[in-house]
Write a protein that binds this ligand. Structure first.
Ligand SMILES: NC(=O)C[C@H](N)C(=O)O
Length: 325
């Protein structure tokens, strides 16, 4: 079912399913995904959702929801097509700086990292921050030192994480961040940040988000993705969310927390996503997308860009999509 609505020239494309548990939903960024990337993008999100479901069905996993979202996001970080892990977009100075967040909604435990340049899978470092430190967010050099201590796979130089596509986009943006934001987000385009939300058979709800940010960003700029309540939020009493879009706008409206707050206030899941994305556009002019999985088994996919790649997998329901209309 696809529902659309239009307010103040922005359209919220929405899809909603009733799902069985365990279930995982994955996104691969909200933007004007070119036709020649459609097939690869769809296949990649489908595979990531399938891998996540395998973790959810594997009885040996402890907190299966956390393992599932890490696994799904790692698949996309490794793919090379997405703006996360290998393939991340470039900062103004031509380097790569990545942000990631993971959250366990059962105990509101969270781990995130920002401005890491040499970690192959930032989502796995974020998970270790959550599990093995008393902190929620570790950044830059300190985060890389932690990765070394924990024997997390690293590259010698961030240049090893640069794909040809990311380099070409950086060259075409000509070191112009406002131009990149206008082009990539405000003109109905965003970029392939990745994320996942999972509910395991015990009712634990987890979320994860990983990104290289926005092409041409200043070195040291942190986006929404690693910030609790912005790039993702999970509370097993209500649901889990992962979002993508213009980071500065998402931060201003704390988009993920806003969606969960909508549920707490009695909004239907589809309305919580719709109202939150509309508010972000109307108040601060930002576009983007969100995936939501609720405790009641509602999966909602919503976006204000023209396309967003997503896939969901449970024992009974397997769905994916990319088009807004
Ligand atoms: N494409 C994205 O989602 C970018 C990310 N939200 C950021 O601003 O860093």
């Amino acid at each position: 079912m696809v529902e659309t609505s239009s307010i103040n020239t922005t359209c919220v494309y929405q899809t909603c399913y009733q799902v069985d548990f365990p279930c995982v939903i994955v996104h691969g960024g909200a933007w004007n995904i070119p036709q020649n990337r459609t097939q690869h993008t769809l296949q990649a999100v489908q595979t990531a959702a399938k891998r996540g479901l395998e973790k959810l069905l594997d009885k040996s996993q402890g907190n299966a929801a956390i393992e599932a979202v890490e696994c799904a996001v790692r698949c996309l970080e490794d793919d090379g097509l997405f703006n996360a892990g290998f393939g991340s977009c470039l900062c103004a100075n031509g380097s790569v700086e990545m942000d990631a967040l993971i959250m366990d909604g059962s105990h509101l435990r969270c781990g995130s990292v920002a401005c890491v340049s040499r970690v192959r899978n930032p989502i796995s470092l974020a998970k270790r921050v959550m599990e093995e430190t008393p902190h929620c967010l570790v950044v830059g050099q300190g985060a890389e030192e932690l990765a070394e201590e924990l024997n997390i796979p690293m590259v010698e130089s961030s240049l090893e994480l640069v794909s040809e596509v990311a380099r070409k986009e950086w060259e075409s943006m000509d070191n112009n961040y406002p131009g990149a934001v206008d082009t990539l987000f405000l003109q109905n385009i965003s970029h392939e940040t990745v994320g996942a939300v999972a509910v395991d058979s015990l009712g634990n709800i987890a979320c994860a988000t990983s990104t290289g940010g926005i092409t041409g960003k200043r070195k040291g700029r942190v986006g929404d993705s690693p910030l609790i309540g912005c790039g993702g939020y999970s509370d097993s009493r209500w649901g889990g969310v992962s979002v993508t879009g213009h980071g500065e706008s998402i931060m201003k409206v704390t988009l993920s927390r806003r969606i969960i707050f909508g549920l707490e206030s009695g909004e239907e899941p589809i309305v919580a996503v719709e109202n939150s994305l509309k508010e972000m556009y109307e108040r601060v002019g930002g576009k983007g997308g969100a995936i939501l999985l609720t405790r009641q088994g509602k999966a909602v996919i919503g976006f204000t860009t023209s396309r967003m790649a997503w896939a969901l997998a449970s024992r009974r329901v397997t769905q994916s999509g990319i088009d807004g209309d």
